[in-house]
Write a protein that binds this ligand. Structure first.
Ligand SMILES: Cc1ncc(COP(=O)(O)O)c(C=O)c1O
Length: 431
């Protein structure tokens, strides 16, 4: 087809539209997400680096261990169905047998009796969190979150015009004493707190698994004040030795806890299949706020086929060993090449190392030096709601996606970047 020359109508419309400011039509929420911050993940702007950087920024599965063949076979079986089920609308809650398969896994792994009615399928866990926000947040409501926390969820909360109030955390998870004081302070001010967002298992970015004592304390505080807990469990199945302490949803007997789950980190982020797990009354409130006619029935069926006969368990066994090995490789290389400039605590699961810088090094200076040496990573500030890392001394290193050889080389380059940043510091502050 040939492209028609612009018609007088198009010219007229172009002139008229040129006079409009799109922001006069933009929703309050979209304006609230001011330009620039919406896609700021703490990475540097693209630069023309002399050496192509090795990225330690991607918290996604290893590309060489995606179960491609098994997924192709599962897709073939799904498409081979005698009816047209995989290729027509599937309803808002998602494919019943996949929700059933999830219920069976939760019952087996978490020691809780749940059914398919406790699940709705979503567009990844990011979609699950967005849907929970749609169901429970009004503009100005408060969400309490750990600091630091996953930057993507901070963006979602901002998009729903919530105020995010943070509580501190360490390697045993959220400081629940701090949580209690924060809840009481906010309640005293007449604020409406809707939920407490936590990443209890192998936290992004800190790697922490919340201790059992803090889990129990958190559940008591939330129930006492009638505040829901939203447990973002993207990494719970990626553990290296023992699993994290018992899930908040299991400890609570299902009361007041919403869990966001996903196949993204277990299998592949491109699937875009996740779920909300909660009491059926909560699932019902979430389903009311779905307007996109559900997610792909085809993918739901493919995943069901894939999970049959234990393929997911088998895959998880393999990748848990792989990520544990990659973490060991990176940790050893960092100790060899980057001491005394940084320290970290090795996590027991997940994809991330949260690194604290020493010797006066600042994260932004190290990031710039890293790019010159050929290694890239996000800065800590992206994981705080006000976009300020209180000390300016944190970076996050992901070890899941990068190859083993590149992890060693990245640490070597980071070591040189540390030296470079330290030199710069010395020149700026001569004795
Ligand atoms: C803590 C956490 N929650 C949610 C997500 C979003 O994952 P999904 O692909 O399931 O939407 C991520 C992705 O990095 C994450 O780290």
């Amino acid at each position: 087809m040939t492209v028609e020359p612009a018609s007088p109508l198009v010219d007229e419309l172009a002139r008229l539209w040129a006079e409009y400011d799109l922001d006069t039509l933009t929703s309050d929420a979209a304006q609230y997400l001011s330009a620039g911050t919406a896609t700021d993940w703490g990475l540097s702007a693209p630069v023309d680096a002399a050496i192509p950087p090795i990225s330690l920024g991607s918290g996604i599965p290893d590309p060489d261990h995606l179960p491609r063949e098994e997924l192709v076979a599962a897709m073939q079986r799904a498409l081979g169905a005698v009816d047209d089920g995989p290729l027509r609308y599937g309803g808002a809650v998602g494919f019943e047998p996949l929700r059933m398969a999830l219920a069976e896994r939760y019952t087996r792994d978490r020691g809780m009796e749940v059914s398919s009615a406790h699940f709705t399928l979503t567009n990844g866990s990011a979609g699950a969190i967005d849907l929970v926000c749609s169901a429970f947040l009004s503009p100005g409501d408060v969400v309490i979150a750990e600091a630091p926390t996953f930057s993507g969820s901070l963006r979602t909360f901002r998009g729903h015009q919530a105020d995010v109030v943070t509580v501190s955390m360490d390697h045993l998870g959220m400081h629940t004493e701090d949580l209690e004081a924060t809840v009481e302070r906010l309640k005293g001010q007449g604020r409406r707190i809707k939920f407490i967002y936590t990443i209890a298992n192998f936290h992004n970015p800190m790697g922490a698994a919340m201790s059992l004592a803090r889990r129990e304390h958190l559940l008591r505080i939330a129930a006492k004040h009638g505040i829901l807990i939203l447990d973002d469990d993207a990494y719970g199945d990626i553990y290296f030795g023992e699993a994290a302490p018992r899930a908040l949803s299991a400890l609570s007997g299902g009361h007041g806890v919403i869990t966001a789950g996903t196949f993204s980190k277990m299998i592949a982020t491109g699937l875009r299949v996740g779920w909300i797990h909660a009491d059926p009354a909560i699932i019902d409130r979430c389903t009311r706020m779905r307007f996109e006619m559900g997610n792909s029935p085809l993918l739901h069926r493919m995943l069901c086929e894939y999970m049959r006969d234990g393929a997911l368990d088998h895959h998880l066994e393999r990748v848990r060993h792989l990520y544990a090995e990659k973490l060991d490789i990176l940790a050893r290389a960092l100790r060899e090449h980057c001491e005394p400039y940084l320290s970290f605590k090795k996590p027991a699961g997940g994809f991330f190392l949260w690194v604290t810088l020493h010797e006066g090094l600042r994260a932004d200076v190290l990031q710039a030096a890293g790019l010159e040496e050929g290694v890239s990573f996000p800065l800590g500030y992206a994981f705080f709601p006000n976009r300020v890392d209180p000390t300016g001394e944190h970076i996050r290193l992901a070890f899941s996606w990068t190859s083993k050889d590149d992890l060693v080389e990245a640490a070597r380059r980071l070591g040189r970047a540390c030296e470079r940043a330290a030199e710069q510091l010395k020149r700026a502050n001569p004795k």
